[in-house]
Design a protein around this ligand. Structure first.
Ligand code: PAF
Length: 323
């Protein structure tokens, strides 16, 4: 299967390496020429934390380009699937521009972003596209521009937002989605189709809205959030406000949602959250699409969420995008 991965960060490299290792034709779209050259020269390596052998894809067994080249190449030779693993900010700026010319086509696109709001924007940009959202708990860490570490095996849920799936009744009658899912499973990602991916997006949003900003502000790995009652108290305040927002908006949440967040902190204790990684790398964070979207929902319901409002402003002021 010919697959484009747009976004060669941790998740993008992980997906590309593992999907290429089972014989798929991968094109990896990077932000800069330096990474393109390194992938061509050194190939792509996926490492594991346990004793499993690393996966190595030689440079000549995959293609690497900059995202600027995407439109022309993709129009000339489209892939069967486009995987979007860029960060929200990049998706809403550079990537919207390179995707726009596909407006009249019907590409199959799958989005792996944290946060919410992007699916609706993409649907508007590409009204004929088959758009899927993916919610994953697989975790990865970039070691170098051509090397990634799979730091945690999780689950990946894939589905269409109900209001955007105009041409299907259920997901199971989508042969393309099923064959893509097979590739993910063969590549070692435990992946499932979901008719309620939207609720999985909101479940993950809740986790990210509590864990990510606090780890970014305090510069601590996820597990360290549980190290003091002051930290847990602030997590709890963010959680309570988010639940009020969900209740007002009619969004379902699990009865054990709080315990689930604590569990994620434990399961990913040594991980640098994606928001902390962004802050440390001087990149724009995804706060606007995580806590920022909660603020928008709160405003629509006339709810005051002072802790989220304050935390958004702090994180927004932390990063000045370098490029
Ligand atoms: O964004 C992240 O870092 C992850 O979604 C999570 C679950 C918080 C683990 O680090």
């Amino acid at each position: 299967m010919k697959i484009d991965v747009i976004g060669a960060g941790s998740l993008g490299l992980l997906l590309a390496g593992k999907l290429a290792s089972i014989g798929n034709e991968l094109r990896i779209w990077c932000r800069g020429e330096i990474q393109v050259q390194e992938l061509k020269r050194k190939g792509l390596t996926v490492n594991y934390e346990d004793e499993r052998e690393p996966i190595w894809i030689p440079g000549e067994r995959m293609e690497a380009y900059t995202t600027e080249e995407f439109t022309d190449r993709s129009l000339e030779e489209p892939a069967e699937w486009i995987i979007l693993t860029v960060k929200q900010k990049v998706l809403h700026t550079e990537i919207m521009k390179v995707l726009e010319p596909l407006r009249n086509l019907k590409p199959h696109i799958i989005c792996f972003q944290n946060g919410s709001g992007h699916m609706e924007v993409l649907q508007e940009l590409l009204p004929n596209a088959h758009l899927y959202a993916a919610v994953t708990t697989d975790a990865a860490k970039v070691l170098s521009p051509s090397e990634v570490m799979h730091t945690g095996a999780g689950e990946t849920w894939i589905g269409q937002l109900l209001h955007s799936s105009k041409d299907i009744g259920t997901l199971t009658d989508q042969p393309q989605a099923i064959s893509f899912l097979e590739q993910l499973n063969l590549a070692g990602f435990l992946s499932l189709l979901s008719n309620e991916v939207e609720s999985k997006i909101y479940r993950k949003l809740l986790i990210n809205a509590v864990i990510n900003p606090l780890t970014a502000i305090w510069r601590i790995p996820n597990g360290e959030l549980l190290a003091s009652s002051d930290r847990i108290q602030l997590m709890r305040e963010l959680f309570e406000e988010a639940i009020q927002v969900y209740n007002a908006a009619g969004i379902q949440h699990d009865a054990n949602a709080w315990d689930n967040i604590l569990q994620v902190c434990q399961n990913t204790a040594g991980n640098t959250s994606s928001m902390l990684a962004d802050v440390l790398a001087g990149r724009a964070t995804e706060i606007k699409w995580i806590n920022g979207n909660l603020l928008n929902m709160a405003d629509r319901s006339g709810l005051a969420v002072p802790t989220h409002r304050w935390i958004c402003r702090i994180v927004e002021g932390m990063n000045v995008e370098k490029g």
